[in-house]
Write a protein that binds this ligand. Structure first.
Ligand code: DP6
Length: 510
């Protein structure tokens, strides 16, 4: 069986195998990092692995992909820039799309990724997974996750794990055509788990993981020991997850990564991904551990590291590695479901967050305003949204905003998000609400919110904000902010003007 036969087999019952052109497919998939690695294939055409592997998804790091049938040549955009057909990226994408190409059809693909491309942070995993999910939407196939995982695997092995969030196991299977080789979601939840992306270099790798894998299997005298190592590591990792035994978890993940790199380094010629800075960082991690901070690392096919630690040690780890990009693999999953409402804020259902923003459905939201008094004037706290937010990235906005989870009160949700985003808790009081609808800039999403506005006070000199949500903050006098909103609206989120307007009219009564 070749790739095209697998695709035909899976699509035979999906919409009668038809490629009925919808208006466009749009989907998100998280990146993932393997804690027990996939290294070596038993079938290179179908990306069938020698061993099973186990990963954790990387929270809000991943790819949004938009796909449309369009024009008379394929057009690919990656992070806003056109990708030329001569690049390896375009060639690989085209080969994959050819598996799903009705005669004469050309695709427009727009990928937005917030993981460094091709630097060993599994950008191809979330890229192919989000592309398969977007095609599934475009053509209304309604495939189940098992079939989506198999299709994603045809693009890149590790992509089959990016169909899911949380801990995921890719079961290697033994069927020659790979219909039993797909990922499954594991039920373990570990909200305290933190992953720190330590970017040492974003240069393209000297050798792709695909080539390095093939070369290792074929030339490393240590490769025969790898499947046994993986089998043992998988057992220990699952035991660590079952017992939430962080030391065992970290030790197994770290040793598995080290073992994979040793097996590669024994290949002839050796495959070496680590740079001197990688080795320095590893030494620093080991030193921290010796000094009592339980932090471990894992390393994929690249010079960068992913640090593994628990929330209680976040501050210590960030002090030693201030450049770390923090990932909370379980933080977002709690708030993925949002509450749909009618124009009177009466609940009419729930929806997956992204779907509601794509369809522009009215949903419940809140905006928090934090005030303080300075020299007789009222100042308000602004946050600059992180560069990796799925919309309105880098824009300035009120202290925090968000969506209550189904069943959660507005005040509880707003106080929770304020703690999660800005790192401090105060009691909040609702002062009013408004409804607005706006198309967001730079992404194909529509905000349509019934927005509750809450006010609280703080005199904190330093705001200990979370760097995965926020990149900066400042205090500004309210009338000065009103002027700024008039002069430089492009620097602010679309909901900030009505929030400030409500504050001024209903609360400050200016
Ligand atoms: C080191 O999934 O990129 O990240 O199947 O050839 O596309 P292909 O390889 P790819 O390899 C990932 C290797 C790894 C380990 C892992 O993610 O399990």
């Amino acid at each position: 069986m070749g790739k095209i036969d697998v695709v035909k087999h899976i699509l035979r019952n999906a919409n009668h195998g038809q490629f009925v052109n919808g208006s466009g497919g749009f989907a998100w998939a998280p990146s993932n990092v393997a804690l027990c690695k996939y290294w070596g294939k038993r079938d290179s055409e179908l990306n069938l692995p020698v061993t099973s592997s186990l990963s954790i998804s990387l929270g809000n790091k991943g790819s949004f992909t938009k796909v449309k049938q369009e024009g008379d040549v394929d057009r690919y955009i990656l992070n806003g820039a056109i990708v030329g057909p001569e690049t390896n990226f375009a060639k690989r994408l085209k080969i994959f799309l050819d598996l799903f190409r009705p005669f004469g059809v050309h695709y427009f693909i727009d990928i937005n990724s917030n993981v460094p491309i091709a630097a060993g942070f599994a950008s191809s995993a979330c890229g192919f997974a989000s592309l398969v999910l977007a095609l599934n939407k475009l053509y209304d196939w309604n495939l189940d996750k098992k079939d989506l995982s198999i299709l994603a695997r045809l693009g890149s092995g590790s992509a089959c794990r990016s169909i899911f969030e949380g801990f995921v196991e890719w079961q290697c299977g033994d069927d020659f055509n790979g219909m039993d080789s797909y990922a499954v979601k594991l039920d373990y939840i570990w909200p305290e788990l933190r992953i720190g992306m330590l970017v040492i270099s974003t240069q393209e790798k000297s050798i792709s993981s695909r080539d390095a894998m093939w070369h290792t299997v074929n030339t490393s005298p240590l490769y025969p020991s790898w499947p046994k190592q993986v089998a043992e590591d998988l057992i220990h990792l699952k035991a660590a997850l079952e017992d939430k035994d962080f030391s065992l978890f970290g030790e197994v993940a770290e040793n598995n990564a080290i073992a994979m790199h040793i097996v590669m380094q024994a290949a002839q010629p050796a495959v070496v991904y680590s740079l001197p800075e990688t080795m320095e960082a590893i030494a620093k991690v080991q030193k921290m551990r010796a000094e009592g901070v339980p932090v471990f690392f894992t390393q994929d096919a690249g010079p960068n590291l992913q640090l593994l630690f628990l929330g209680q040690h976040e501050a210590a780890v960030l002090r030693s590695f201030p450049e770390l990009e923090l990932v909370l693999p379980f933080a977002d999953s709690k708030v993925k479901q949002i509450v749909l409402v009618d124009e009177n804020d009466v609940e009419i259902g729930v929806s997956e967050k992204l779907a509601a923003h794509i369809q522009g459905r009215l949903h419940r939201a809140f905006s928090v305003i934090i005030l303080r008094e300075r020299d007789g004037k009222v100042e308000t706290l602004l946050q600059q949204r992180s560069a990796i937010k799925y919309h309105s990235a880098n824009l300035w906005s009120n202290a925090c905003c968000g969506h209550p989870m189904p069943g959660e009160s507005i005040v509880t949700a707003a106080e929770r998000r304020l703690r999660e985003e800005m790192g401090f808790g105060v009691s909040l009081k609702e002062i009013g609400d408004f409804t607005y609808r706006a198309k967001l800039i730079n992404v194909d999403l529509i905000e349509n919110e019934f927005d509750h506005v809450l006010v609280g006070f703080s005199d904190l000199e330093e705001i200990p904000f979370s760097i995965s949500e926020v990149q900066d903050y400042r205090w500004i006098e309210v009338s000065e902010l009103q002027q700024e909103l008039k002069d430089y609206p492009e620097k602010y989120t679309v909901w900030l003007p009505p929030v400030v307007d409500l504050l001024v009219r209903k609360y400050l009564q200016l």
